[in-house]
Design a protein around this ligand. Structure first.
Ligand SMILES: *Cc1c(COP(=O)(O)O)cnc(C)c1O
Ligand code: SF4
Length: 340
């Protein structure tokens, strides 16, 4: 059993224990050769693709520290290391796999599902996950809404069917807390928005982001708060992630996790059981297990539907119901995520 030591929010005699997150963000590893050297895998340098297929390697050092040295199959490494297989094309794998560009209702706003609007709050992430749809979207230019929040907010104000605002991206917690506060101030008179949901991988990959000013902002929100993390493997959790989760829960946020089913990374029963158990130890419940979006350059991560459904059946036999994630796929034009 892993016990998360509750991190004190502020106590006068403890110095701020966390390094500045922006500094850690800038210091992320962006050179594949350096990453391999850190992991004592220099001999694999010859297998790196010459080009990065337009999507740069990026991984915070704290996340690298959770990878096993000398293991080329490490489940965290495989999520971030550019592979030659990315350069292959596969039938059915396209650039806009989820039809997002058709669902835009105001700049930065995707309103596909009833009652919920998703705001592309930021175009950047602290980590670049090789399986991500984002690899083909220059969201920063296309959608990220920094200057356009006025229009997005006007839309939210006028659409009173929207009870939940989802901040997504990219990673919404990549924004400064001041920027996030501008958004929440803009929502003050929009009482039909009762919940704010934040989709973020930062509590897992850069837990230092969960610092006092962010928590003070979360605390100040009148809406209910849900934070949906993104972890794919139990090894992504360590004491720094536990501390971030404890702090988020202390300001009243419900913590959920979404993951992507990835071949060779988490596509077996033991890995999924360990992931659910480990996240629950951190106070997080599994939410979605996504079938991969069929995005060009990611075919080598795909798990067949037959294997995926058998896997979730096996999980039902092993875990309490609340630790079994819902297996879903995103289908363009559907009213919600499609259960499998
Ligand atoms: C996934 C998604 C949501 C949220 O769906 P839930 O089933 O409520 O988690 C909302 N809007 C868009 C555009 C989405 O892709
Ligand atoms: S953190 Fe999420 S949005 Fe960013 S690259 Fe990874 S999967 Fe994509």
């Amino acid at each position: 059993m892993i016990t998360a030591s509750p991190a004190p929010r502020t106590t006068p005699d403890t110095p701020q224990p966390l390094a500045d997150w922006r500094q850690l963000w800038r210091e992320a590893v962006t050179d594949a050769h350096e990453l391999l050297a850190l992991l004592e895998l220099d001999h694999l340098a010859g297998e790196l693709p010459a080009a990065d297929a337009g999507f740069r390697l990026r991984v915070p050092r704290g996340f690298v520290a959770r990878m096993r040295r000398g293991d080329r199959h490490d489940p965290l490494l495989l999520q971030v290391l550019p592979q030659l297989a990315e350069l292959e094309t596969a039938p059915g794998f396209t650039r806009d796999a989820v039809g997002d560009l058709d669902a835009r209702t105001a700049p930065g706003v995707l309103h596909k599902y009833q009652g919920r609007a998703l705001l592309i709050a930021s175009g950047t992430c602290a980590i670049n996950c090789r399986y991500c749809f984002r690899r083909h979207f220059p969201y920063a230019e296309e959608l990220a809404a920094a200057q356009q929040w006025r229009e997005a907010l006007a839309y939210l104000r006028q659409e009173d069917s929207i009870s939940e605002l989802i901040l997504s991206g990219g990673d919404p917690l990549a924004l400064s807390t001041g920027k996030l506060a501008e958004l929440s101030v803009g929502l003050v008179d929009t009482t039909h928005v009762r919940r704010i949901r934040i989709h973020s991988r930062l509590p897992v990959v850069l837990p230092e982001r969960i610092e006092d000013s962010l928590l003070a902002w979360l605390d100040s929100l009148p809406q209910q708060k849900v934070v949906v993390l993104h972890a794919n493997h139990a090894n992504e959790f360590d004491h720094t992630v536990d501390a971030a989760c404890t702090r988020l829960r202390a300001c009243g946020a419900t913590l959920l996790n979404q993951s992507v089913l990835l071949r060779g990374i988490n596509d077996d029963v033991e890995a999924q059981v360990a992931l659910s158990e480990r996240m629950f130890a951190a106070g997080v419940l599994p939410y979605y297990l996504h079938q991969l979006d069929r995005v060009q350059g990611t075919a080598h991560f795909e798990v067949s539907d037959a294997k995926a459904t058998a896997l979730v059946e096996a999980l039902r036999a092993r875990l309490p119901g609340y630790l079994v994630p819902r297996l879903v796929r995103e289908v363009a034009g559907d009213v919600g995520k499609q259960p499998l």
